[in-house]
Every structure is written in structure tokens, then in C-alpha cells.
Design a protein. Structure first.
Lengths: 110, 114
């Protein structure tokens, strides 16, 4: 069964600092998504990574995909409080379903 | 911009009661999904639906669950006899062409079973 693991599960970081969230998955897939979720809210699509080596950037967030290593990263540059949320990666399987990672709860403090 | 909508936003029910959660997918989408998220946990796939039939379902989606597209716009999830452990946020999603196409998520329905 496909497993998707994120680390860290919880990240408390100071404003202005950089950090990376890792998403490892256990089977072949060429597509991976990153979502943001605020407490009690829905899933906001951040990035769609469609192939090996894909890199996408939006503001202070940058996501990459290495399908050979079965690894995606979400890099945060110069964190600000507004980035505080839970971040999920989700792997597109060879069937119809997405398999979500465990989530990383990010808290940015002054 | 088209979006997936869900009603109600919050449903409270007694254990053993039936509930129906409703979703209106994006109008030109053909594939529909339900996911659930127990509080504080990850999002889990329940079922996918295409061409008026289930295309895949998870172990969670047992005989207590059913899905239906009763008309051209709504997509429903029915839980026949709710249990305490069914308390969760339920997300509907839709996509244009299923596999390898991005799924768009609705705002969710929070189900509380007492």
C-alpha cells in the first residue's frame, strides 16, 4: 500500500528563517500536489508538480519533485506569520485517488 | 471562477441516524470524490465516482456508506447509520477527466455524531 510520509510533523519557526518540509512516498508516481489548510478550513491548492525535476515557486514557497528519490520538498524562505497553517502533500496514484501525507503543522512566531 | 460547493457546512446528528451530505461539483467535471479528515489527522480517500458508478472505494467505505448523483448537478454521500467515529470533516472533490487530472476540493462539511 502506498505510504506518504511528511516530516517534520510540527514545525515552529521564527519569522525570517528558512526551512524545508519533506514528503516521501513509497511507490512510483509522477504527480504530486501541495495543499495548505487553515484550521477548520478546506484544502487550498498550492502547487501541482507534474514530472521529475519539476520546481515551482510562489512567493516565499518553493516546491520540487524528485520522482527517482520519491521525494518532494516544500521550501519556506524568510517565513512570515501568515504562512502559519498545516501543509499536506498528496500523491497521485495510478488509480483515481490521492494519497495524502501526514501533514506538517507550521507555526511562525515573531 | 467555478468552485465545488458543499452543504451543509456543519451537521450534528445522533448516533444511529442517517445523514446525507451534499456536493455540487464544478459543472463540466466528470469525476467526483469524497474524502474525510478526522480532526487533527490526514485526509483520507473514501470513494471515487464516474459515469454513475463507483470506480474505486477505500476500506473505510463500507456498507454504511453510499454515493449517488441524483440529478445533473448534485453528488451526495449517505451514511446510513452514523457512528461516533464517523465524526469528521468530509470533503467533496471533482476533476475533469479523472486520473492524472487535478482534483478541486469543496469547503467541507463538518459532521458531528453525538
Amino acid at each position: 500500500e502506498l505510504k506518504v510520509e511528511q516530516n517534520p510533523l510540527f514545525l515552529s519557526m521564527q519569522e525570517g528563517k528558512n526551512y524545508t518540509i519533506y514528503c516521501n512516498y513509497s511507490t512510483t508516481s509522477d504527480r504530486l500536489y501541495w495543499y495548505r489548510q487553515d484550521p477548520g478550513k478546506s484544502l487550498e491548492s498550492l502547487f501541482v508538480l507534474l514530472s521529475n525535476g519539476a520546481v515551482k515557486q510562489e512567493g516565499r514557497l518553493m516546491a520540487s519533485l524528485d520522482t527517482k528519490a520519491r521525494l518532494s520538498t516544500l521550501h519556506i524562505t524568510a517565513a512570515v506569520h501568515d504562512l502559519s497553517a498545516t501543509y499536506f502533500c498528496a500523491v497521485d496514484t495510478h488509480t483515481d485517488k490521492l494519497i495524502f501525507g501526514t501533514g506538517t503543522r507550521l507555526q511562525v512566531f515573531p | 471562477e467555478p468552485e465545488v460547493t458543499q452543504t451543509p457546512s456543519h451537521q450534528v446528528t445522533q448516533m444511529g441516524q442517517e445523514v446525507i451530505l451534499r456536493c455540487v461539483p464544478i459543472s463540466n467535471h466528470l469525476y467526483f470524490y469524497w474524502y474525510r479528515q478526522i480532526l487533527g489527522q490526514k485526509v483520507e480517500f473514501l470513494v471515487s465516482f464516474y459515469n454513475n458508478e463507483i470506480s474505486e472505494k477505500s476500506e473505510i467505505f463500507d456498507d454504511q456508506f453510499s454515493v449517488e448523483r441524483p440529478d445533473g448537478s448534485n453528488f451526495t454521500l449517505k451514511i446510513r447509520s452514523t457512528k461516533l467515529e464517523d465524526s469528521a470533516m468530509y470533503f467533496c472533490a471533482s476533476s475533469t477527466s479523472g486520473r492524472w487530472n487535478e482534483q478541486f476540493f469543496g469547503p467541507g462539511t463538518r459532521l458531528t455524531v453525538l
